[in-house]
Structures are given as structure tokens and as C-alpha cells.
Design a protein around this ligand. Structure first.
Ligand code: NAP
Length: 514
């Protein structure tokens, strides 16, 4: 938990803008090494513990988190400024994720088993028996995200999926919610002890100022990294992973402004309700979601101008809310200034007057398609309640704008039946840029399920082939492994001829349970 280093830091109560009393000692580099060496030794046994037993561990973590009760939610609110409903909702999601992975690993189907039986009589050469399973990579470092102190942090999706796959986890705690992180870490350690997991299967490391995080990524025994946060941070860690003498994958989920295409018939028929829905989506959680709609794409016209005015008024009518910590507030203000000082952009409405220290002044801006196209700075992520509405001169410019965008987590299309004929060209363009496409909805709110893609082309994520949310996110921590002509009794159960686990497998190119 808290380290033995002489350097300390305190978390902040963002609502009152004061430091919380506890001083957290940062981990020393010796402690970093100790945690990694323990994880490496735990890996030797943990990787072989059957899925059913690892599932008991994951469920025990969920139980221990629940047992923390209001001690945890009070600490969460104190350190994040987020309200009680959100604390409870996020705890529910965290527990739900742990239980979903526990359910997944009861069976070994997630290992994508394939079997190609031998054909000794094949001409001109006999065919060998080849069987493929998936095995865990090794110790994983998870960087806790500031914007989800529970669901993307200590026992969040990255940790749950890595532990489910058979990888020990070392969490680099987020310095702005170290207390929340320590409570959750103590729950994980209790669960590990109660369920007989090897020492070192989980560690929580405290640190700020990059030293601890860099040392973890550079440690030769670390085999993969999960990260959620800024583009600068994710890219720096990705580079560190690649520069090692043994490069490792760094799965970084970073910036996204989540374009929303609003078709003309929606503005004609549903202007007021769309403005209300989007004012809510832009401001929910003080805009601090990676799926926040930061870019609305429209076709210019009088009705569009009226829609933008209505959206802006409805957005600033929602009371200013607290941001997670002073650094996020500073980034919100400075990135907002970068974008709003670009030629051609106009602030339509911004909350005015006295804004409490860490509270955010929601802002809606507008710009022409031509000005947006000319200036890449307009795509800067302003993490918080901030959106730009782009007015394209026609559909062809709108598509040009989509083609000009950086990679994104999501793309949304709002359309009426009469717009359908125009959608294929827009959808085709969006598909090359995003990981998930939403129809007549909002991008905020990410379901945890097998079909979810939470990732996208760079810089939304560092590897668009994987999702960071949902049970498929386990694939980030495993590698394929094939056995050739191996004696049946020496094969792992999931590959044996008699299929003792009774799981679905692909045998000789057909899905079968035999
Ligand atoms: P961050 O600055 O990216 O930091 C997140 C974690 O990464 C921290 O633990 C930090 O460690 C570590 N880190 C960052 N750069 C590093 C480096 N060069 N070497 C080693 N470790 C490094 O994110 P944040 O503090 O959560 O928020 C800052 C900004 O990130 C926000 O204002 C927002 O713009 C963006 N953000 C985006 C999302 C999203 O989903 N799109 C989510 C959260 C935040 P240290 O504490 O030791 O520095």
C-alpha cells in the first residue's frame, strides 16, 4: 500500500479546494522492484490455477469491496468531488465487471480453442496434430485513471481482465485518489489471502511525478501495461514500452472528442429535444468521460443556427459542477483557451460570473467547416463540458471533415428516415475513424458486455484491435500458444481429445463440443 519513500503527497478535496489530511508515502524504487519480483514469482503458480478458482478470487474481491460500504464511497466523494449516486453507480459497475470476468473464466472458451487433427496419410507429406489455446503474458502494470476512481482504477476493468486471464497485476495508483486506491487494494489483498492466491498476485504502488510509473514500465519482468488518461501520458508510456530491450505492449486509452453527426432533418423535426439530450450528455460527470461529445457536425443554415443557440443556452443552464482535481481544471481552462483563440471560432455561450475554484464553466462554440478543416488545433481534447459545433457548407464538406479527423472512440449519427439515403457515405467515412458507432443516441454511457468496443484508431487508443471495456478486453493480456503432436494425457484439459471441460471448440474447422 503506501510506500516507504520520503516523498509524500496528499489528495485534494476538489469541492473545498483543500488538501485531505493523510500524507501518502511514495514507493521507493526498491519497493517497485520488490513488487515486480513478487508478481513474477506469483505468475509461476497463478497462471496454472484453474479458472474456477480464479473466479472465486474475483468474486471475493467484489464481496470485499462491497463490505467496505460507506467508508469507500465517502472516501471516493472526498477525493473526487463526485456525488454519492455516481459513487454507488461506479462501485456497482466495478463489482459487475469483476463478476462478469469470474463468469467468463468458469469455462475455458475465452481461450479460443482450435484443434486441427493429424492426417498421417496426407500426401505428399503427413499433417501433424496442431492444437491452439491462449496463455497469459505475465505481470501486468495498470495505471489507475483519474476520471473513474473505481471502475477504471485499482480493481477496474484492466485489473479484473488481467487477473481473470492469469496475469498478476501491479497498480500504479492515481495520486489524486490514493485513499480510494488504498481501500480497494486492501479489499483485493484480503480476497487474495482468503482464497489462497499466491503472494504478489496483486500490489498497489503509490507514486506521483512519473518516477514510479516509468520504473514499472521499464522493469524487465513486466510483460504488458494498461493505461487510461491523457494522450501525452499514454504516448510517453507507449514509447517507454517500445524502447525497452524487450518491447512490451502498452494498451493506452487516451484522447477522443467523439464526433456526432446531426442530419438536417433532425434539426428540422427534433431540434429542441436534441438540444436538451445533448446539453445533458455534454455536462454529465462534468464532461469528464472519454466518450464525451466534444464535436457536433452539422450542415449550415438558419435552423442550424437556432439549434446551436438553443443547445448552448440549455448547456449553460445546467449548474456548474466540480471537476476531479485542480490539474484537470487547469487543463480544461488552458486547452479551452487554445481552442477558443483559434481564428474563426466563436463562443456561443459560456457560464459566466464567479466560478468556484475547481468548478467548470460549460462552453459551447461554433465554427465553419472551412475554418475547422484548416486548423488541427480545433481537434484538441478539452476534457470537460466543452463542445464545438461545426457548420459544414454541405454534405461533401461534412464528409471531408470526418476524413480529416484523428482516431476516436465513438462516432454518433442522429438521423430521421428521410436522411437514410445519405447515411452510407457518412457511415463509411466514420467507420475508418472510430471504434463504436451509435445511432440516434449519445456516446456517453459504455455498456460492459462481450460486444462492446471501447477503443479506436490512434490517438483514441494505442492499438485499435483491442477493447478496454467488456469481457473481450481479456484478449490484451494473452498470447496464442500451439501444441504440435503432443501426447493427449500431457495436454491442458481444454485441448484434450475427450473435452473434459465440455466446452465449445473449433475442431477441424467446425465448431463442436466434442
Ligand atoms: P495523466 O496525466 O495522463 O496521468 C495518468 C497516469 O499516468 C498517472 O499515474 C501518471 O503518473 C502517469 N503518467 C503520465 N505521464 C507519464 C510519464 N511520462 N511517465 C510515467 N508516468 C506517467 O492523466 P490524468 O492525471 O488523469 O489527467 C490529466 C489529463 O488527462 C486530463 O486533463 C485529461 O485531459 C486527460 N484525461 C483523459 C481521459 C480520457 O479518457 N480521454 C481520462 C482521464 C484524463 P504520475 O502521477 O506519477 O505523473
Amino acid at each position: 500500500l503506501s510506500g516507504n519513500g520520503t516523498k509524500t503527497h496528499k489528495t485534494i478535496n476538489p469541492k473545498l479546494n483543500i488538501q485531505n489530511p493523510t500524507a501518502f508515502h511514495q514507493a521507493t524504487l526498491e519497493e517497485v522492484n520488490e513488487a515486480v519480483m513478487l508478481a513474477d514469482s506469483a505468475f509461476k503458480t497463478y497462471r496454472k490455477i484453474p479458472g474456477k478458482q480464479r473466479a472465486v478470487f474475483l468474486n471475493a474481491i467484489a464481496d470485499e469491496i462491497l463490505a467496505l460500504d460507506s467508508e469507500l464511497t465517502d472516501m471516493y466523494m472526498l477525493e473526487s468531488g463526485l456525488p454519492e449516486g455516481r459513487a454507488q453507480g461506479e462501485r456497482g459497475r466495478t463489482i459487475g465487471q469483476l463478476r462478469a470476468f469470474a463468469e467468463l473464466i468458469l469455462k475455458d472458451e475465452w481461450r479460443s480453442i482450435t484443434i486441427d487433427e493429424a492426417i498421417p496419410t496426407r500426401q505428399p507429406l503427413p499433417k501433424s496434430d496442431i492444437r491452439k489455446t491462449s496463455i497469459p503474458l505475465g505481470p501486468v502494470v495498470v495505471f489507475a485513471a483519474s476520471n473513474f476512481p473505481l471502475a477504471f482504477s485499482t480493481a477496474g476493468g484492466d485489473t479484473a481482465s488481467a487477473l481473470a486471464s492469469g496475469c498478476p497485476v501491479i497498480v500504479k495508483s492515481h495520486a489524486m485518489h490514493s485513499g480510494t486506491g488504498e481501500l480497494v487494494a486492501s479489499a483485493i489483498i484480503k480476497a487474495a489471502e482468503k482464497t489462497g492466491m499466491p503472494n504478489g498476485v496483486f500490489s498497489n504502488i503509490t507514486g506521483s511525478g512519473r518516477i514510479v510509473g516509468s520504473a514499472l514500465v521499464k522493469h524487465p519482468k513486466i510483460k504488458a501495461v494498461g493505461f487510461t488518461g491523457s494522450i501525452a501520458g499514454g504516448r510517453a508510456l507507449y514509447n517507454l514500452g517500445a524502447e525497452r530491450s524487450e518491447p512490451i505492449p502498452v494498451f493506452a486509452e487516451m484522447g477522443s472528442i467523439n464526433p456526432v453527426v446531426i442530419m438536417p432533418n433532425v434539426i428540422k423535426n427534433k431540434s429542441a429535444e436534441t438540444a436538451a439530450t445533448y446539453a445533458d450528455s455534454i455536462t454529465v460527470g462534468t464532461g469528464q468521460f472519454c466518450t464525451n461529445p466534444g464535436l457536433l457536425l452539422t450542415i449550415a443554415g438558419e435552423k442550424t443556427d437556432a439549434f446551436i443557440k438553443d443547445l448552448a443556452e440549455k448547456t449553460i443552464a445546467i449548474a456548474s459542477q466540480c471537476m476531479l482535481h485542480p490539474n484537470i481544471k487547469d487543463a480544461f481552462v488552458s486547452n479551452g483557451e487554445v481552442v477558443t483563440s483559434q481564428p474563426g471560432i466563436k463562443i456561443v455561450e459560456k457560464i459566466q460570473g464567479d466560478i468556484n475554484s475547481n468548478f467548470a464553466a460549460s462552453t459551447i462554440c461554433a465554427v465553419s467547416g472551412a475554418d475547422f478543416l484548416e486548423n488541427p488545433k480545433m481537434q484538441t481534447e478539452v476534457f470537460g463540458p466543452f463542445s464545438i459545433v461545426v457548420k459544414a457548407k454541405d454534405q461533401s464538406e461534412l464528409i471531408q471533415i470526418i476524413n480529416h479527423l484523428e482516431g476516436q472512440l465513438t462516432g454518433t449519427i442522429l438521423a430521421e428516415k428521410e436522411d437514410f439515403a445519405k447515411l452510407p457515405a457518412i457511415t463509411d467515412a466514420l467507420q475508418t475513424k472510430v471504434g463504436r458507432i451509435i445511432f440516434n443516441g449519445v456516446p456517453t454511457g459504455v455498456e460492459v458486455c462481450e460486444s462492446m468496443t471501447h477503443g479506436g484508431p490512434y490517438p483514441a487508443s494505442s492499438d485499435s484491435r483491442f477493447t478496454a471495456v467488456g469481457t473481450e478486453s481479456i484478449k490484451r493480456w494473452i498470447r496464442p500458444f500451439s501444441y504440435q503432436d503432443w501426447p493427449n494425457e500431457l495436454l491442458p484439459d481444454e485441448l484434450k481429445n475427450e473435452n473434459p471441460l465440455n466446452i465449445s471448440r473449433r475442431v477441424n474447422n467446425e465448431r463442436t463440443k466434442q
